[in-house]
Design a protein around this ligand. Structure first.
Ligand code: FMN
Length: 360
């Protein structure tokens, strides 16, 4: 029964909704995404009964306790899907157990010139070079304030992570202060903070994954979280790139453990272009990060390595296109999973399918 309903949802989305969605707005992937977020923003504002009904159809799975947070389900919205939190009230109703809003930066910024999102349909993948277009951390904070969101109060039904990045015009030497500004604006609303140092689309950002820079950044953020709430500091997660060598990954793990980071998120998008198939190969030269099916194996391998080398909990992201991919990510040791590209290609059925996995 569970499986039949998930299959029907998947079929409906892939055969009916998706073709229309992908063709709408002249096929402009970013405009369609904005329409979807706007529509979900409206749906999320409808009376609670509608969302309640939604989540009973979508199931939630068994939930998990992690870093002092109670997650009602193990599949979350990956960062970038709802950068400004416009649809934050809708995610619980779609069956998500948490949502990572952002990435936001200390200053609002427009991101890179368009076009900056490219669908690689034959490969079940996306290339994006958005460049942290967002309204800024203060705008997200005030939007969430308006909905009564406070850390731990589950005002929108699920825990909310908030992903922080560096403002493009801030030089790398000012990165720590830039992240601290965003942290101060959001720490009393976020159930966890994700430090995004792994987007390929802000020049130099990934160098913050290196030795001293990462040490300084993680220590400063963990210390500030304690200053802001000495008895119960907001947990800080670090999101890593799939392109790190194993040695670089081990160094990141060691630095994060010493700094008191609560966990890792693996992974962001890749610069690699392996996995592009057929006509999509023509997109290989587009600058940006590749997500979706080409990432599945690499992201899972990163999660497995982290789990072998550390006791830090891991959220697994990258190429989770099917419930079986999520199961494999859990089997590799991920405590939670996040989806972005799989949700675009397969819709809410993916969330439901993960929530109703036999062992979930
Ligand atoms: C269009 C787009 C925008 C993204 N923006 C962000 C972002 O702002 N912050 C971030 O940490 N990750 C961002 N990501 C990366 C995703 O959160 C995720 O880590 C990655 O896409 C791998 O998961 P997936 O294969 O399920 O998409 C973005 C991905 C896409 C496709």
């Amino acid at each position: 029964m569970d499986e039949m309903l998930t299959r029907a949802l998947l079929h409906g989305y892939r055969q009916v909704v998706r073709p229309g969605l992908f063709r709408a707005r002249g096929g402009d992937a970013e405009k369609i995404h904005e329409d979807m977020i706007r529509a979900l923003g409206i749906a999320g504002g409808l009376p609670g009964a509608v969302l309640g009904a939604g989540s009973s159809v979508m199931g939630t799975g068994k939930g998990v306790e992690l870093a002092g947070i109670s997650f009602p389900g193990r599949v979350g919205v990956a960062a970038g899907l709802d950068k400004n939190g416009l649809a934050a009230r809708a995610w619980a109703g779609l069956g998500f157990g948490f949502a990572e809003l952002g990435t936001v930066t200390a200053q609002a910024q427009p991101g890179n010139p368009k076009p900056r999102v490219f669908r690689a349909k034959q490969s079940d993948a996306v290339i994006n070079r958005m460049g942290f277009n967002n309204e800024g951390a203060a705008a997200l904070a005030s939007r969430l304030d308006g909905w009564g969101v406070r850390r731990g109060n589950a005002a929108l039904g699920i825990p909310l992570g908030m992903s922080l990045g560096k403002t493009k015009v801030t030089p790398l030497e000012g990165a720590v202060e830039d992240y601290l500004r965003s942290l101060r604006l959001l720490a009393d609303k976020a159930d966890y903070i994700a430090i995004n140092i792994s987007s390929p689309n802000t020049p130099g950002l990934r160098s913050l994954q290196d030795g001293d820079a990462l040490r300084e950044l993680t220590r400063a953020l963990v210390a500030e979280a304690k200053v802001l709430n000495p008895s119960n500091p907001v947990p800080i997660f670090v999101k890593v790139a799939p392109d790190l060598t194993w040695d670089a990954l081990y160094e990141v793990i060691g630095t994060c453990e010493l700094a008191g980071v609560a966990g890792l998120i693996a992974t962001n998008t890749t610069l690699d272009r392996k996995g592009l198939k057929g006509d999509d190969v023509r997109l290989a030269d587009e600058a940006g990060g590749l997500s979706g099916a080409p990432l599945t194996v690499r992201s899972r391998a990163m999660v497995a390595r982290i789990v072998q080398h550390s006791s830090l909990p891991v959220m697994g992201a990258g190429g989770i296109m099917t419930p079986a991919d999520a199961q494999a990510m859990f089997d590799a040791g991920a405590s939670l999973v996040q989806v972005y590209t799989g949700f675009i290609y397969n819709g809410p059925a993916l969330v439901r399918g993960i929530n109703t996995l036999p062992h979930n």
